[in-house]
Design a protein around this ligand. Structure first.
Ligand code: UDP
Length: 385
């Protein structure tokens, strides 16, 4: 029997980013993988698990409509108690910055089980944006024993907070995920996506769901998107809407009823990656899409005021558009009208990974657990791409 590693996560993005790691773990003789999902994003989490054939041994199923962050976090923490007692893992892996991440790390600490933090060291420096993620991930950095940072910038953030031991730069596992499932020219399953002409039209992929954009910022974003569709007859906007009612209500009110704006249900990851391959560009407040889209050569306008991903801005793969209508419109118009501006962004090098992050993380776990002599190799975008 190998050392038991329990992965704890509960949201769609965490599942996408942890899935290739879990699959990699199954091929490591010294490690035994135990998966515990919290179910924080129930209906959009399960399709990801199915796609990667992951059957969790523990499912806390904590999703309740409209529950507060305090209730959610405490339910995850309490739900983990029996799971940890039964599984008795040697090591815990948490991912990112959600309520499940914080509660998973804290539960591990209370049981004196070492915690590895995947996607460590992202910071905006603004404790309320993203909310509550900025504080979640900062707290987890001070609970975890091993830190797997996607980039050197993330490692620098940890260093400034005095976290220097067992910190590795690995690249982001989302690049491993996209490389393992992106397929060439498989037809869409969604009839709306099937019906669009990706050669003669400019298909803009939109996602917008972050809590700090709720209310006025989201309304400004949606109004700007509608104005964009009205300004350019060649534009088709595709928006797979997050299930949260605080997103759906304004989206339907401000974007509904336009023949070239397509409001869809959430897409499964494969369909999402197909769309990402074929779209013209992305407008989004999602973190994951900022990392994924550049792998497929698509410019991203980030619909947020702050970013914890400055490497992408620096590399030129994304631009911070904010939430003011005029700036969103002017940046989007430039990318629609100016081929040189478009190709500068589309051709920039993705700073987030080379598809080998999972191997480095598993090497790091094995090294920590004494199953290997050497620490993992480190990711560096210039040497790998
Ligand atoms: N995603 C998806 N279907 C959708 C919208 C997003 O599969 O309809 C994927 C997307 O490709 C990315 C992840 O979900 O991998 C991003 O999740 P989300 O935007 O919820 O969260 P964030 O990245 O901001 O944490």
């Amino acid at each position: 029997m190998g050392k038991k590693v329990m992965s704890i996560f509960g949201t769609r993005p965490a599942a996408i980013k942890m899935a290739p790691l879990l699959l990699g773990m199954e091929r490591r003789e010294g490690l035994e993988s135990v998966c515990c999902v919290t179910g924080q994003h129930r209906e959009i989490l399960d399709p990801v698990l199915r796609l990667f054939h992951i059957q969790p041994q523990f499912d806390l199923n904590v999703m309740e409509p409209g529950q507060s962050l305090s209730v959610l976090t405490s339910r995850v923490l309490a739900g983990l108690e029996p799971a940890l007692e039964r599984a008795k893992p040697d090591f815990i892996l948490v991912h990112g910055d959600t309520a499940s991440t914080l509660a998973g790390a804290l539960a591990g600490f209370y049981h004196q089980i070492p915690v590895g933090h995947v996607e460590a060291g992202l910071r905006t420096g603004n404790r309320y944006a993203p909310f509550p993620e900025e504080v979640n991930r900062t707290l987890v950095s001070h609970i975890a024993s091993v830190h797997f940072c996607p980039t050197a910038v993330n490692r620098g953030n940890l260093r400034r907070e005095g976290v220097e031991q067992d910190v590795y730069v690995t690249g982001n596992t989302v690049i491993d995920a996209i490389q393992s499932i992106v397929e060439k020219d498989i037809p869409f399953t969604d009839p709306c996506l099937q019906g669009l002409n990706y050669d003669s039209r400019k298909v803009l992929l939109v996602t917008c769901h972050r809590r700090e954009n709720y209310g006025a910022p989201m309304e400004r974003i949606f109004s700007a998107l509608r104005a964009l569709a009205e300004r350019y007859p060649e534009v088709e906007l595709v928006y797979p809407m997050h299930p949260a009612p605080a997103v759906r209500r304004p989206a339907e009110r401000l974007l509904g009823g336009h023949p070239r704006i397509h409001l869809l249900e959430p897409l499964d990851v494969q369909e999402m990656y197909r769309l990402l391959r074929r779209c013209y560009m992305v407008l989004s407040d999602s973190g994951g899409l900022q990392e994924e889209a550049p792998s497929l050569g698509k410019p991203v306008l980030v619909l947020r005021e702050d970013t914890e991903r400055p490497e992408a801005v620096e590399a030129g793969t994304v631009k911070l558009a904010g939430t003011q209508g005029e700036r969103i419109l002017s940046l989007a118009s430039e990318l629609i009208e100016s081929p040189p501006a478009y190709s500068r962004m589309a051709k920039a090098v993705n700073p987030y990974g080379d598809g080998q992050a999972c191997g480095r993380i598993l090497d790091g776990v094995e090294f920590y657990l004494g199953l290997r002599d050497r620490p993992p190799g480190q990711f560096s975008p210039s040497s790998s791409l």
